[in-house]
Design a protein around this ligand. Structure first.
Ligand code: F6R
Length: 369
């Protein structure tokens, strides 16, 4: 059942090219336009929404963070991302023009379900992005966009995360198409870039040996920091969460720009710091800002583990260890950048002799509040 892998987590990491491809499959018509028939919310409503609130927990919430960057950029609709349990217990402002997007692998997470109920009681439309057919959250939502990752067995979420991000991109591009906030050819171009992702993820998997070797060598480190900007920020958070969950190592993800506002005080000689470098081909200053952050932590003694695009030479002088990922447009890059971090956590947990699939104190689906 583990397909020859040591753990379900490893198998599921390797299922990711297919999880992304399957989530994209069948969602365009003959002319290449996006067609999300399942999205049974009236088009008039989708045209009139003036705010999106993503509610989710854990890894699913990080996919929502990625969605925020993409949907705001493509659709010019403000997107908030909120942990479902926090959303539920404040007094959120919801109107019939608010689209609430509930993201969940299991479809049974009680915190998320309660938030869905709350949102609907307040008159908002709720769209569920869920992996498990027949689960409760889609039944209680106005519409559902299924991720097609297949069953996820390991407690630590991997392929569901990539499928959630993919579904969020589809939603964003669909809204952009419907609302005319992007030209048809731009949407087509992005869809084509998205179609190229499964092969790119595969190429990261093909290079996994190097990541595993580093993980084994670092198995006794007591703490790791993760830095990223823009969509690299949720990737940093996810990399840290994986390490906490399965390797029981203290790990923190930060927005790289936040360093000098506090976290840089943590940097001491030898502190390992992962940095997710954005594409140097982006038109903004994102890349050069991150290169400065790498320099800053390294100047204070950090050991830097840098995830960077192929061909990015600017990071080379400051990376103690470099993991390459294929060139990908910034907004889509989390689908490749997170993969080495998943492999790293899995290998490190294994090297420590831990049960990768069944970490202590955690359950696959959290059906209590
Ligand atoms: C992380 C993880 C959890 C879940 C969270 C939400 O690896 O597994 O953080 O992502 O409990 O679960 P779902 O997506 O089932 O609602």
């Amino acid at each position: 059942v583990k397909g020859g892998f040591d753990s379900f987590m490893d198998k599921e990491i390797h299922d990711q090219p297919k999880a992304v491809a399957d989530t994209l499959l069948g969602r365009t018509d003959a002319s290449g336009d996006l067609m999300l028939d399942e999205l049974r919310i009236p088009e008039t409503v989708l045209r009139s929404i003036d705010k999106i609130i993503v509610i989710a927990c854990g890894t699913a919430a990080y996919s929502g963070h990625v969605a925020k960057y993409a949907i705001e950029h493509w659709c010019r609709i403000p997107v908030e991302v909120e942990l479902a349990h926090e959303f539920r217990y404040r007094d959120p402002i919801l109107t019939p023009r608010t689209l609430v997007v509930a993201i969940s692998q299991s479809g049974e997470t009680m915190d998320t379900l309660m938030a869905v109920r709350h949102a609907r009681e307040q008159g908002a439309y709720v769209l569920a992005i869920v992996n498990t057919h027949g689960s409760t959250i889609p039944r209680e939502s106005d519409a559902v966009l299924y991720t097609h990752a297949g069953p996820e067995v390991a407690v630590a979420s991997t392929k569901a995360f990539l499928a959630q991000i993919t579904a969020c991109y589809l939603l964003g591009l669909y809204l952009a198409q419907l609302r005319g906030t992007k030209f048809a050819d731009e949407i087509q171009e992005t869809l084509q870039e998205l179609q190229a992702l499964p092969d790119k993820i595969q190429s990261v998997l093909d290079d996994e040996a190097a990541v595993r070797e580093v993980a084994q060598a670092m198995k006794d480190e007591p703490s790791f920091l993760f830095l990223g900007r823009h969509v690299g920020y949720p990737v940093a958070l996810e990399g840290a969460l994986k390490l906490k969950e399965i390797a029981y190592i203290h790990a923190e993800g930060f927005a790289a720009g936040e360093l000098k506002h506090g976290p840089i005080a943590l940097i001491d000689t030898g502190q390992p710091v992962f940095v997710i470098a954005p594409s140097p081909r982006g038109r903004d200053q994102l890349h050069s800002k991150v290169v400065s952050n790498i320099q800053e932590v390294r100047a204070r003694g950090a050991r830097t583990l840098v995830i960077a695009e192929e061909g990015d030479e600017a990071v080379v002088p400051y990376a103690d260890i470099l993991f390459r990922v294929p060139q990908t447009p910034t907004l889509l890059s989390p689908l490749v950048a997170v993969v080495p971090l998943q492999i790293f956590a899995s290998e490190l947990a294994k090297a420590k002799g831990l049960d990768v699939d069944q970490p202590r104190n955690l359950a696959k689906s959290v059906t209590v509040e």
